[in-house]
Design a protein around this ligand. Structure first.
Ligand SMILES: [Zn+2]
Length: 228
């Protein structure tokens, strides 16, 4: 009983301190579970949960993109072959241009924007002292199963993207195929990008996962956490 009272007291105390700071506005929004995800602020423990909410709320997802100043078109739901796409958006402009169009489920687009702002941008500054001019991706939507399985790929719902390379403003290219595992700035940049991506996307698979991923990072907002 004494132990129980002690923990009850402790929880109450934590609650009082949390609420005090909440009212004072000292707590960043990313640490408040019911606040919308801010795509310009670094991810927190709650970020994956907050991005997950966007998968079930198209309007909320669009508000989040609007709040981050993203230019996009909302194209709703559509049939695509034997696949059915929901809550689609086409990004017209986020922080970085891509090698090909970015048409995806809204929540994935939001995750990408967060990733550009809080992972790619600061790491490009850190390692190369310059910015990114273009991101090369190998595709988002593809109506297919996961290679060698009967399981529908997250690409079949436009809920995944394959990232292959980053072009820097000074003209250099950092590619997963050529620079993954290298003992230099490019290799360290890719390693950090991948590790930090795991705090945003539910699924993050890279060259260490299997040979099918030797030339790209696969990021998705699926159900299961995987980071390999
Ligand atoms: Zn993929």
């Amino acid at each position: 009983m004494k132990v129980f009272s002690f923990f009850l007291g402790l929880i109450l105390l934590i609650g009082i301190i949390f609420n005090y700071h909440l009212i004072k506005g000292n707590i960043p929004k990313s640490y408040i579970p019911w606040e919308l995800v801010d795509l310009t602020q670094p991810a927190s423990f709650f970020t994956e949960y907050k991005l997950g909410r966007l998968k079930h709320d198209y309007a909320m997802c669009q508000t989040v993109l609007d709040n981050a100043g993203i230019k996009y078109t909302a194209t709703g739901d559509k049939n695509a072959g034997s696949c059915f796409l929901t809550d689609q958006v086409t990004i017209q402009q986020s922080r970085y241009p891509y090698s090909a169009g970015v048409q995806s489920q809204c929540a994935l687009a939001a995750a990408l924007v967060l990733w550009e702002n809080t992972v790619v941008h600061p790491l490009a500054e850190k390692y190369f002292n310059t910015d990114i001019s273009r991101i090369t991706h190998y595709g988002i939507f593809s109506c297919r199963n996961v290679k060698g399985t009967q399981r529908l790929s997250h690409h079949a719902t436009a809920n995944a993207i394959d990232i292959a390379a980053f072009t820097l403003k000074d003209g250099q290219t950092v590619s997963v195929l050529n620079d993954w595992g290298a003992n230099n700035k490019k290799g360290q940049f890719l390693q950090d990008v991948f590790t930090q991506s795991c705090g945003i996307f539910k699924g993050a698979l890279g060259p260490n996962y299997n040979a099918a991923h030797k030339n790209h990072f696969h990021f998705d907002l699926g159900t299961w956490n995987i980071c390999r």
